[in-house]
Ligand binder design. Structure first.
Ligand SMILES: *Cc1c(COP(=O)(O)O)cnc(C)c1O
Length: 338
């Protein structure tokens, strides 16, 4: 019997033997005292790589974004964000709930950008009637699509013109960089802060890093403690992230190639519409009335899908999906739609 092929998300990867070995060997200390050498090495390395003064290692991307928002904004401030952005839609409303920060959501354009002419209409004048607009938050990749580099430069100019800070939810920053053929710094340089997830395509079990100015990161560190995210010998987890930076960045191109193969293999099947593929995600649309049967069929073929955000299904390639897995998934889809 074959192993399961899990296409639900790139969060499902398990640490490789080499990553586990690196974790076991990590030097550790108490990170609340700032004494974990491996955590410090990870924070310093990512900050340097992305062109920032400082970094902060945190348990999740949700916490990283929350700390960034709370470090940029005060109570009664506002941030501009996409209507379908992770920070707005999938993080429990944390900015409002815990930060007293009002979100101003705006619709995304088809390419995931937030049109700057639309943003210009929602920046509030300084007036006691309004929340103070302080920050624009972008997400890259956006549903598997890298934001255009020119747009990032335009967004930077927009923020400078309106006195706003610019934060990037770069959960998949490295997928975007690999897909655009640029160093991650070429994306990060437009932003005041960037959050990077290590537990997605980079394959670490836990962790995100927020980078920014020293002052911003010190504010975030305080909020991390308040949020219960002050951790102790976290170096074993940071070691996995350092290992991922060494070994799992360039290989993201393999995930992208496998996603391209998957998209090609599914295109043209009757009853299945395949959207344009850019990085490690393939989106397919299936008639809602066929979803339950498709789910059962794929289960029997031991291909795991997340069905539920009907009618669109997201298929994600990652470290634990090889060429054979992609071919098996294609064959299972073909058998169903043939
Ligand atoms: C996964 C993800 C996050 C953070 O999620 P956690 O599960 O909290 O680590 C943030 N933004 C985007 C776009 C993501 O995909």
């Amino acid at each position: 019997m074959h192993d399961w092929i899990d296409l639900r998300s790139d969060t499902v990867t398990r640490p490789t033997p080499a990553m586990r070995a690196a974790m076991l060997e990590a030097e550790v200390g108490d990170d609340v005292y700032g004494e974990d050498p491996t955590v410090n090495a990870l924070q310093d390395r990512l900050a340097a790589e992305l062109g920032f003064e400082a970094g902060l290692f945190v348990p999740s991307g949700t916490q990283s974004n929350l700390l960034a928002l709370m470090a940029h904004c005060e109570r009664g401030d506002e941030y501009l964000v996409g209507m379908d952005a992770h920070t707005y839609k999938y993080e429990g409303g944390g900015a409002a709930v815990l930060g007293s920060i009002q979100p101003q959501p705006v619709p995304h354009a088809a390419d995931g950008t937030l049109p700057l002419d639309v943003l210009a209409t929602v920046v509030k004048p300084i007036d006691p009637h309004f929340a103070r607009t302080r920050l624009l938050c972008l997400e890259n990749t956006w549903h598997g699509r890298p934001l255009p580099l020119e747009y990032l430069a335009d967004a930077r100019r927009f923020c400078d013109a309106h006195g706003l800070a610019l934060h990037l939810d770069g959960a998949r920053l490295y997928n975007a960089a690999v897909a655009c053929g640029v160093h991650a710094r070429g994306i990060a340089r437009h932003f005041d802060s960037v959050s990077v997830c290590f537990s997605k395509g980079l394959g670490a079990p836990v962790g995100s890093v927020l980078v920014g100015s020293r002052a911003l990161v010190e504010k975030a560190r305080r909020w991390r403690k308040v949020a219960g995210g002050g951790w102790r010998q976290a170096g074993m987890l940071a070691a996995a992230c350092l290992h991922a930076l060494d070994r799992h960045v360039a290989r993201l191109a393999e995930d992208h190639a496998r996603a391209a193969r998957l998209a090609d293999g599914l295109r043209g099947l009757p009853g299945l519409a395949v959207a344009a593929q850019h990085t490690n995600m393939v989106f397919v649309d299936v008639a809602p009335e066929r979803l339950a049967a498709l789910g059962a069929h794929m289960d029997a073929a031991r291909v795991r899908l997340s069905i539920g955000y009907a009618p669109r299904i997201r298929l994600v390639t990652h470290l634990d999906v090889d060429d054979d897995g992609v071919e098996r998934a294609i064959a299972a889809f073909r058998a169903f739609f043939a």
